[in-house]
Design a protein around this ligand. Structure first.
Ligand code: NDP
Length: 332
């Protein structure tokens, strides 16, 4: 059955194809905790939000196992269950959650244009960008093999499961040193696997890391693979010894953490929305407003500091309230 739309006419997109367009008050792009919280608030404010879920419905949390630090779940909850709950809550108030990916935008006019899967054109008065960030992985087959079995890209989410155990963190920047410091407070021993002979991290973090007794820095080491029977039991590393060649080293660990950075999923917005030097969307401090009126950003795509489900949810709430106020001011 055909669902009636506010406006549904045919227009030509930039490539000259004819596409059906749909006019919305509020479009939400991305379906992590930020997107769903924005959806709950926007739906309850009668903005009739439509959400496109993106490539990874539910976002990064669907790749973690137990979430124990989100308030309101005293026994913990798995990432996928929590995201299903958030989705149900958003739908309960009338959010139209759809499968599809925003592939292109044009924010040059007062009405914002977003193309879904390069086909469908959405024209929205407000757009809430909640596309998140993607943790970088080394690209090893073993990272996939042991996903959920000892490989993680979030120490704050998963570190607790490795209390008293030995773990490794890869990377030498602020993310890796911060993860290593966090894990050092929980674990017996933390190996920091650094590919060069110096840290990229800020001086203060580098010094703190080097002074922590249960962190051992493995300088000039790269990860070759992981081993273990179903779960991670160790890693095979290669030590670069300069002219003396390479040496293979094995370490026994229960957890392998990636700390080589995140990539904010902001590429398609960059022609219109201001980002910082590494791609995080800039918002006006204390708000979710971007430099484009009517376009708001929340969650990890604009946050290189906290990156937690609960902070993402909080910023999603802010985005919906900012969108609602923008529309009220516009329409009186
Ligand atoms: P960075 O790009 O700063 O550092 C990435 C680290 O990972 C580098 O040490 C890099 O090595 C290493 N690395 C990258 N690829 C590989 C690979 N394939 N194999 C092995 N090692 C690899 O990323 P961060 O996420 O650490 O930081 C990003 C930005 O966010 C920075 O500006 C940082 O200051 C900021 N940040 C701030 C925080 C805070 O203030 N609390 C917390 C976290 C991040 P190499 O040095 O050899 O290139």
């Amino acid at each position: 059955m055909f669902k009636p739309l506010d406006i549904n006419d045919n227009k030509e997109n930039k490539t000259g194809e004819t596409t059906a367009s749909e006019h919305l008050k509020c479009l939400i792009i991305g379906s992590g905790p930020a997107g769903y919280t924005a959806a709950i608030y926007a739906a309850r404010a009668n903005l009739s939000p439509v959400m496109y879920e993106g490539l990874q419905p539910g976002g990064q949390l669907t790749t973690t196992t137990e979430v124990e630090n989100y308030p309101g779940y005293p026994e913990g909850v798995t990432g996928p269950v929590m995201m299903e709950d958030l989705k149900k809550q958003a739908e309960r108030f009338g959010t139209d959650v759809r499968w599809g990916m925003a592939t292109r935008v044009d924010f040059s006019g007062e009405i914002h244009k977003v193309w879904i899967d390069d086909e469908k054109l959405i024209e929205a008065e407000t757009v809430i960008i909640a596309t998140g960030a993607t943790a970088k992985y080394l690209g090893l087959e073993d990272e996939k093999k042991y996903a959920g079995g000892g490989v993680s890209a979030c120490a704050t989410c998963d570190g607790f499961f490795y209390r008293g155990k030995d773990v490794a963190v890869v990377g030498g920047g602020d993310t890796a040193t911060e993860e290593a410091m966090y894990l050092a407070g929980l674990c017996n021993k933390v190996y920091l696997i650094v590919r060069r002979d110096e840290l990229r991290a800020s001086k203060v973090m580098a010094e703190r890391t080097m002074k922590t007794p249960n962190i051992e820095i493995l300088w000039k080491h790269q990860t070759k693979g992981l081993f273990g029977d179903g779960v991670v039991e160790g890693a095979t590393l290669v030590k670069n010894q300069g002219e003396a060649g390479e040496e293979e080293v094995k370490i026994k660990i229960d957890g392998f953490f990636l700390g080589i950075g995140h990539t904010p999923n902001s590429d398609i917005f960059k022609d219109y929305v201001n980002t910082n030097e590494v791609g995080y969307i800039k918002t006006i401090p204390g708000t979710s407003k971007t430099n484009v009126p009517g376009v708001f950003a929340c969650g990890d795509v604009q946050d290189d500091q906290y990156r937690q489900a609960v902070t993402a949810a909080g910023s999603g709430c802010m985005a919906a309230i900012d969108a609602e106020r923008y529309l009220s001011e516009k329409h009186g």
